[in-house]
Ligand binder design. Structure first.
Ligand SMILES: [Zn+2]
Length: 335
């Protein structure tokens, strides 16, 4: 069941951890922990540094850690997910302290673990207490903080595919939720400059949009309102290259490419991505990799059994691919 989180945000907001009662277990990683310690010198009963999120490692770590009354996850996706795993297994109180806003993990109810090098989502625990410390988050690289906007910007392409699926296949659709999602997209548009600059207003905006998105997706029952063909592009590139990318780079690229295939406000979407600072030219993927992902996109989608989208209704021709690649190269040149 969805529970809405209590979010306390402010400068040095992590100072409130100093008043925490009971046995405290902190879960973090080297970099966020050392940055955090410069802001708030807090001495929990035990600190666990997350090595990786491989299923066996996660399970073994949870079993070997001392009992606690509260687990505090301080860091990015992995630290937060490890804290969620522990709280889910133990049923203890959990406080999440994101050190970066590049992913929505501090708001979602699932834990991303790796099984055979593939991401798998397990668990079910909605975070109830969040501390958003501007000083902490502002220490993270701006590019990474901006990347979080990708899962809000993806509403633009996601809503198009969702409506398309509804019209063509009768897939369940909720016009009210679609409208709420659209409002989130417009809110991102309104505060694009703050998101780009990672100001307190920008941080609060992204966190609040994550919160709203998680809430309406939970009410609907899945991520349809915010995940469309742009995520298929992202998954296809990860699958093809077997490398790890910044999620925002891949989804940004997916939005760039799929708005062209959808004929869906491409210029507007690109302008929005520029203004929030998403790296939609995906500098870590080569043009040949992007080309190959597009060529095999429909087959990948079918084999991975992903949702219905523009990929099902519009052929991805050589002409389309070359046009998109030329447009991308032009954008990359301007970067
Ligand atoms: Zn995403």
């Amino acid at each position: 069941m969805y529970k809405s989180p209590r979010i306390e945000s402010g400068r040095a907001a992590t100072k409130q951890l100093l008043n925490l009662q009971g046995r405290c277990l902190a879960v973090s990683m080297d970099i966020p922990w050392s940055v955090f310690q410069k802001i708030t010198r807090w001495d929990p009963d035990h600190i666990h540094m997350v090595a990786n999120m491989d299923m066996e490692v996660v399970e073994a770590a949870e079993k070997s850690l001392p009992p606690c009354d509260v687990v505090v996850g301080i860091g990015g996706g992995s630290s937060v997910d490890m804290a969620k795993y522990i709280a889910w297994k133990r049923g203890c109180r959990m406080i999440l302290v994101p050190s970066i806003i590049s992913v929505d993990a501090p708001l979602t109810n699932t834990v991303a673990v790796r099984v055979d090098k593939k991401v798998k989502y397990i668990g079910d625990i909605y975070p109830e207490e969040l501390i958003v410390d501007y000083d902490l988050i502002q220490q993270a690289p701006k590019d990474l903080n901006r990347a979080g906007a990708c899962d809000i910007a993806s509403i633009h392409t996601g809503l198009f595919d969702w409506k398309l699926a509804h019209d063509r296949t009768g897939e369940r659709y909720d016009a009210g939720i679609a409208q709420e999602a659209r409002e989130c997209l417009l809110e991102l548009d309104r505060h694009a400059n703050d998101v780009y600059e990672v100001t307190p207003k920008g941080i609060d905006t992204v966190i609040d949009l994550f919160r709203r998105e998680v809430e309406f997706c939970s009410r609907f029952g899945n991520s349809r309102p915010e995940e469309g063909s742009e995520h298929i592009v992202a998954y296809a590139i990860e699958h093809l290259t077997r490398r790890h990318f910044i999620h925002g780079d891949l989804v940004g690229l997916g939005i760039f490419l799929m708005t062209r295939l959808q004929h869906n406000g491409h210029d507007w979407a690109v302008e929005l991505m520029k203004r929030v600072g998403l790296r939609y030219t995906c500098p870590d993927a080569s043009p040949d990799e992007i080309r190959a992902a597009l060529t095999g996109l429909k087959q990948f989608k079918t084999e991975a059994d992903l949702f219905y989208s523009v990929v099902d209704t519009t052929p991805i021709s050589t002409e389309f691919i070359e046009g998109a690649m030329a447009a991308l190269a032009e954008q990359a040149g301007r970067r």
